[in-house]
Design a protein around this ligand. Structure first.
Ligand SMILES: C[S@@+](CC[C@H](N)C(=O)[O-])C[C@H]1O[C@@H](n2cnc3c(N)ncnc32)[C@H](O)[C@@H]1O
Length: 267
């Protein structure tokens, strides 16, 4: 199965809803909010800045472009109708925010429309990330800022001891749901080639918090995929999911992944 996030609008509604639930849980975790604050909070935008999030999911990061980055208005582009409907419902009261269905490679906006473009865990899912970077370069005004943040997926783990079987679920989940594991190790060179000037590159360690709401979705989706692929019997998959929930209840669950952010400017 190819990464469903790379073509989410074409997936069945139940899968889009499941992924939207996972994204919502991730967005709301304080440790994830802290990562977004760390790289969006020091961009020094003008007070009338117009921002765009490409791959806006459930819209929480787009909202951060106002509250954390200080933009005056922000738009989110996202191919999944389920995600766009959720973001429009969640943020209906804020007329500085808007969302539409679209493709980050070909947004339809005019050249030099935006002061800030953000891609938060988008590029790892795009088979041709260079096309998205070129579109962002076209959309930014001269002096405009691009901020990219994504996981460094080979670091994802739930392992608490040698041969811990829960870690296999995390590894399988990543294998099945990420197109490019190495995107943040490649991004600086890609941005330079497109014409961006590189600014801050920062690493962010994410440790799942006590309830591990997002990391449990990773374990559960990994177990279910192993079941669909006939690697596990359903009873085994359910037992491993129960093991993860028991660890959370017993305060022995551990989940970790590094994220990396890279800020760049269009000269
Ligand atoms: C991991 S989610 C992140 C969503 C949001 N940025 C967040 O952090 O909550 C990745 C999102 O990128 C979207 N996506 C994938 N390919 C895309 C493309 N070509 N153009 C725009 N969005 C895309 C997916 O539909 C998905 O909602």
């Amino acid at each position: 199965m190819s990464d469903p996030y790379s073509n989410l609008g074409a997936q069945d509604t139940a899968l889009q809803e499941r992924i939207a639930d996972a994204m919502e849980a991730r967005c709301l975790e304080p440790a994830q909010i802290a990562i977004r604050k760390a790289y969006l909070g020091s961009l020094n935008l003008a007070h009338d800045a117009i921002a765009l999030e490409l791959g806006s999911g459930t819209g929480h990061v787009t909202k951060d472009l106002l509250d954390v980055a200080g933009a005056a208005s922000a738009h989110g582009i996202e191919p999944s109708p389920v995600m766009v409907a959720r973001s429009q419902t969640s943020f209906a009261a804020d007329d500085r925010l808007s969302f539409s269905i679209g493709d980050a490679k070909n947004t339809g906006f005019e050249d030099e429309t935006f002061d800030l473009v953000v891609m938060h865990t988008l590029l790892c899912h795009v088979p041709s990330p260079n096309d998205v970077l070129q579109e962002a370069f076209r959309l930014l005004k001269p002096g405009g800022v691009l901020a990219v943040c994504d996981g460094d997926y080979s670091t994802a783990t739930a392992q608490i001891a040698d041969f811990d079987p829960l870690d296999q679920l995390v590894r399988f989940m990543i294998d099945q749901n990420v197109t490019n594991l190495w995107i943040m190790r490649q991004i600086s060179g890609m941005l330079s080639n497109v014409g961006f000037r590189l600014e801050a590159r920062t690493g962010h360690g994410y440790v799942a918090e006590s309830e591990a709401k997002y990391f449990l979705t990773v374990i559960e989706r990994g177990a279910d995929r192993m079941c669909e692929e006939a690697i596990l019997f359903s009873e085994t998959a359910e037992a491993l999911k129960a093991e993860a929930r028991r660890r959370v209840a017993a305060d022995t669950f551990f989940g970790f992944m590094s994220y990396v952010s890279q800020v760049a400017v269009k000269p």
